[in-house]
Design a protein around this ligand. Sequence first.
Ligand code: SF4
Ligand code: SF4
Length: 57
Amino acid sequence: MLEVNSIRCYYCGACASVCPLNLIDVLDEAIKVREGCTDCGLCENTCPVGAIKIAEE
Ligand code: SF4
Ligand code: SF4
């Protein structure tokens, strides 16, 4: 499960670009993650401001 820090996030789209399953949609002021995330960590590692994290269930 992913958590997005909406204060840090500036909606650059880097996380969406890197997801191998194309599960992330970056909207104007929100990030949506569709079902099927494998917690691979690529989006977390790519975010320049540490705004997206894999959270413990
Ligand atoms: S990479 Fe980080 S700052 Fe950019 S849209 Fe994703 S969560 Fe937000
Ligand atoms: S953890 Fe991996 S599969 Fe899940 S949204 Fe991020 S890049 Fe996509």
